[in-house]
Design a protein around this ligand. Sequence first.
Ligand SMILES: CC(C)(COP(=O)(O)OP(=O)(O)OC[C@H]1O[C@@H](n2cnc3c(N)ncnc32)[C@H](O)[C@@H]1OP(=O)(O)O)[C@@H](O)C(=O)NCCC(=O)NCCS
Length: 116
Amino acid sequence: MSIKIHFLPCHIKATKTSWQVVTVLLEGKVIGSCNLSFWGGKNPAIESVFVDPKYRNKGVGRSMINACIDECESCRKESLYLTVNVKNKKAIKLYKKLGFFSLINDGTTIWMGLRI
Ligand SMILES: CC(C)(COP(=O)(O)OP(=O)(O)OC[C@H]1O[C@@H](n2cnc3c(N)ncnc32)[C@H](O)[C@@H]1OP(=O)(O)O)[C@@H](O)C(=O)NCCC(=O)NCCS
């Protein structure tokens, strides 16, 4: 499966908010997406991770998160964060395989981090 990962940089001057809309494209069609947010230029976070159910378990999620890690590396960020529901075992397993570790678990949400 030949996928392409596209980063669309977004910036709102008034609130100094920057993020990238990350899309995974297969033959020009979006099959997955997430946001890579830079709060105040620091502390990047991955949000709103989603892969089209038809294309799950084929490494799409892994490729998308890895591309975000690479992007943070090239922007010289030192860490990357995300949150995940405690019941979302598949996502937690995927994030742990990619090197994220649990920082806080309040019983509903797990805050995970990765040193880059
Ligand atoms: C969580 C989610 C993003 C994962 O996306 P995905 O594309 O299915 O994930 P991947 O395929 O990269 O990896 C998941 C599994 O597929 C396996 N896999 C990776 N490459 C593979 C390949 N080429 N062939 C088959 N399986 C593969 C991984 O090892 C992993 O398996 P495991 O969980 O048994 O260890 C997706 O299930 C989703 O959109 N869920 C709904 C929204 C959601 O929960 N988002 C996360 C919010 S924090």
